[in-house]
Design a protein around this ligand. Structure first.
Ligand SMILES: C[S@@+](CC[C@H](N)C(=O)[O-])C[C@H]1O[C@@H](n2cnc3c(N)ncnc32)[C@H](O)[C@@H]1O
Length: 328
């Protein structure tokens, strides 16, 4: 029953967001007729939706007036920061659209269509996807830089670095460092804005391209952050190998992912999310979460050594795998 109610609450919130309801109520209390007039919608079903949002805890109702609770505004109100708005929009589309093909994906053993072209086809979709990841990255980046081996200077390759937040964080920590971010064009448009805002356009280069054929150079460090889990095992091992080859001797590979074998003590909530997330990766991207040992094995096969697993001093389930190319 809890799962059923959760699914209903999630779909209701996602629909309310698409209708623009959280921005209307974020501006102040409204009657159902007032919300209907503002959104240009008939009041009938909308009133039932508003009442459902009250029962799920998003809104409050006093007399005829509906008020946004904190989950609705600021968290889902884009005019008030909307910290969770991109994540709701992305997951609502994923579960509402791509998961329609879940049964077919399981039967066929692969997703019905390639995920990133689907994402890049719609500028709003890719904007929300990158904004969701950027929100996480702003939160994790200080802990990632703190946990990673010190990268003093030289050049950093950020493979699938999209929003560029991790490159920005490493460049801020090392004034001599320059970075190259490789990603698809839609993903990089947000990266460009972040790099310019950070005043790092001279040091961070954004290269539109496909990961299948754009990884080269002799870098001091390379980031594979949340990229490996979007690929099947063969493509993931190949990406690790090609990224390893783009390191100069003594260079370091950093892989940031939630591993399929999270540390002991991982809470039930995090473990349940990871199970669903891995299924989402399999069904929509043809990837899945991998264990630390699987990724470490690909790094070792690519000739890297000194492989370590590092925890982050930040909330969440992401961990770091560090591997080094031997200095000659
Ligand atoms: C899950 S996101 C991770 C973004 C960032 N590294 C992070 O950790 O927040 C995966 C990234 O890989 C990029 N990507 C996926 N397939 C790609 C491809 N074939 N070529 C270039 N970039 C790709 C996506 O656009 C996206 O930015």
């Amino acid at each position: 029953m809890l799962d059923l109610i959760g699914a209903m609450a999630f779909r209701t919130a996602g629909t309310a967001q698409r209708l623009g309801l959280f921005e209307v109520l974020g501006a102040g209390p409204q009657s159902a007729a007032g919300v209907a007039a503002k959104l240009g919608l008939p009041a009938g079903t909308l009133t039932v939706l508003l009442d459902a949002l009250v029962s799920f805890g998003y809104l409050r109702k006093a007399g005829d007036l509906y008020t946004a609770g904190p989950a609705a505004s600021p968290w889902l109100d884009r005019n008030a920061g909307g910290g969770f708005a991109p994540a709701l929009a992305v997951w609502h589309e994923l579960l509402g659209e791509l998961w329609q093909g879940l049964e077919e994906s399981v039967r066929a053993g692969r997703p019905p269509e390639p995920f990133y072209p689907w994402l890049e086809r719609d500028p709003d979709r890719v904007r929300d996807f990158q904004a969701m990841l950027a929100g996480l990255a702003w939160m994790l980046a200080p802990a990632v830089v703190e946990a990673a081996p010190k990268i003093g200077g030289g050049s950093l390759l950020d493979v699938g670095g999209g929003h560029a937040i991790y490159s920005i964080a490493f460049c801020r920590a090392a004034p001599e460092l320059t970075a190259t971010v490789i990603d698809l064009p839609g993903a990089l448009s947000q990266g460009r804005a972040h790099v310019e805002e950070a005043g790092l356009a001279e040091r961070i280069q954004l290269v539109p391209g496909d990961l299948a054929d754009h990884i080269d150079g002799r870098h001091d460090a390379a980031l594979l952050f949340n990229v490996v889990h979007g690929l099947d095992p063969e493509a993931a091992a190949d990406l690790v190998a090609r990224t390893a080859r783009a390191l100069r001797p003594g260079g370091v590979l950093l892989v940031l992912e939630p591993f399929a074998d999270p540390p002991e003590g991982t809470g039930a909530h995090d473990a349940a999310f990871l199970g669903g997330f891995s299924l989402n990766l399999a069904a929509t991207q043809g990837g899945r979460l991998y264990t630390f040992d699987e990724i470490a094995g690909w790094a070792a096969a690519a000739g890297l050594g000194g492989i370590e697993r590092l925890a982050l001093s930040a909330p969440g389930t992401d961990e770091l795998l560090v591997a080094r190319r031997e200095a000659q």
